[in-house]
Design a protein around this ligand. Structure first.
Ligand code: LUB
Length: 210
């Protein structure tokens, strides 16, 4: 994704004040473009090898502008990871609102998540940062649990409607689905730059949730 907002270092107007809304809005846009640039860089190269200068250049701002918004590279990783955990549950909330049965919602959630992993740099960066969390000196959010909980809720509804098959435990099936999806998206990334992720997600559903 191209960063279209040309960032500027926040600065005082000639009068030393004035137009605070505009200044705030510009600062907000700069922060956004730095965050997106960081996500692109982390997704493509990984946390250890990315520098603040890489991110500044990608965002089209100065290093000073990056440091105005983020104390260091760890703070950027944390902000990207937090945005990742805004976007993942947003997919689940959208799916919950669809006019579908719970079992169909599980399938829809997995498929839409696969689409997000293929197309959304922040999602790709978030997943990569979690893999690299041992190298990042920040408390990244706990991985996997929210996604597993969202799946368990839907699977429990499906179970209550008798649509899960006898002897299937919603929490267990949720763990199996998370493990399968996590593994599939990782393998698809490494082997095929995620080109086959949709097919792999459909395979998982056909096999684990027939
Ligand atoms: C999701 C990842 C990658 C789970 O929820 C998370 O923390 C996730 C972290 O690397 O995918 C999706 C099954």
């Amino acid at each position: 994704m191209a960063v279209t907002v040309p960032g500027e270092q926040p600065r005082r107007s000639a009068a030393g004040r004035g137009a605070p809304d505009l200044k705030q809005e510009r600062a907000h846009r700069t922060r956004e473009s730095v965050l997106v640039a960081a996500a692109e860089a982390f997704a493509a190269h990984g946390f250890p090898s990315v520098t603040i200068l890489d991110i500044a250049e990608l965002a089209g701002v100065t290093k000073g502008a990056v440091y105005f918004h983020f104390a260091n590279k760890e703070a950027l990783a944390l902000a990207v990871a937090e945005e990742f955990y805004q976007r993942l549950p947003a997919i689940a909330s959208q799916v919950r609102r669809l006019d579908l049965g719970p079992r169909e919602k599980v399938a829809e959630l997995i498929l839409r998540t696969a689409t997000a992993f293929r197309t959304d740099r922040v999602i790709q960066a978030g997943a990569r940062l979690q893999i690299e969390r041992a190298f990042i000196d920040a408390s990244l959010p706990t991985p996997y649990t929210d996604f597993a909980t969202a799946l368990t809720e839907l699977l429990t509804e499906a179970h209550e409607e008798g649509r899960l098959g006898g002897g299937v435990e919603p929490a267990v099936l949720s763990r199996v689905l998370v493990a399968a999806f996590f593994g599939a998206q990782h393998i698809s990334w490494v082997q095929n730059d995620r080109k086959d992720l949709q097919a792999r997600a459909e395979e998982i559903l056909a096999t684990v949730l027939p």
